[in-house]
Design a protein around this ligand. Structure first.
Ligand SMILES: [Zn+2]
Length: 129
């Protein structure tokens, strides 16, 4: 769990930086992340940590959407991609060459941020206020 809590803190900091640079600070609705399998981040724990840490911040109403990125390695000897077994076997299944070229699965990044743009106030509604 501490792993995900720290990851979420770092994520919150990036989001705060991003938010402070915006000219229009609309409420964030959704944060889409790419989480690589090889980061060993549990998406559920990340969601739980985010649900706690967002309270009282501008992200209070935001939800997190996680897209998994598979762990894929490339064997230069066989010239092909393969999928290592995390925690079991990282070498190439054909020639046993050790893992040295990771093509995907190490990412942990913000892919997209969606926010709510308030509906324009109509002249009629403005007159009522
Ligand atoms: Zn190989």
């Amino acid at each position: 769990m501490p792993h995900e809590v720290d990851m979420t803190k770092a994520l919150m900091m990036s989001l705060k930086d991003w938010h402070s640079q915006q000219t229009e600070r609309w409420p964030v609705r959704r944060v889409q992340l790419v989480v690589g399998e090889f980061t060993c981040v549990e998406p559920d724990l990340l969601r739980t940590a985010f649900a706690k840490q967002k309270l009282g911040t501008f992200l209070e109403n935001a939800e997190i959407v996680i897209r998994d990125s598979p762990f894929i390695a490339y064997c230069n000897r066989c010239e092909r991609e393969y999928k290592p077994d995390i925690n079991l076997e990282y070498a190439c299944p054909d020639c046993r060459a050790p893992l040295d070229d990771i093509r995907s699965g190490r990412e942990l990044k913000i892919e997209k941020i969606d926010w709510d743009v308030p509906a324009p106030v109509s002249a009629e509604a403005a007159a009522r206020n």
